[in-house]
Design a protein around this ligand. Structure first.
Ligand code: SF4
Ligand code: SF4
Length: 90
């Protein structure tokens, strides 16, 4: 039976990634220690999911857990030990 398939390489629903909460995939989550943080922004540069938001002064704030996949890169790269990965409780 012939089936209609959409053309490849076409974005049929622009902006849909905002609805796709990739944080649901996580096994570990980063816990940020605000007191230890020196605002060096290394974690922000390394986060592959753009899940470390900045405030109006360009300083990092709490991790966006809706989209953080828990890869642990931020915790590994933080030179001040301000991020720890802990198992996600679901
Ligand atoms: S764990 Fe990974 S995805 Fe989550 S904030 Fe850190 S670097 Fe970004
Ligand atoms: S890498 Fe560590 S010290 Fe630097 S901004 Fe991120 S949490 Fe803060």
């Amino acid at each position: 039976m012939k089936k209609e398939m959409p053309t490849g390489g076409v974005i049929v629903d622009p902006g849909s990634t905002v609805r796709n909460k990739t944080g649901d995939w996580r096994t570990f989550k980063p816990v940020w220690d605000k007191e230890k943080c020196k605002q060096c922004m290394i974690c922000w540069q390394f986060c592959p999911d753009d899940s470390i938001p900045l405030d109006e002064n360009g300083k990092r704030v709490e991790t966006d857990l809706d989209f953080c996949k828990g890869c642990g890169i931020c915790a590994k790269e933080c030179p001040f030990g301000a991020i720890k990965m802990v198992r996600e409780e679901k």
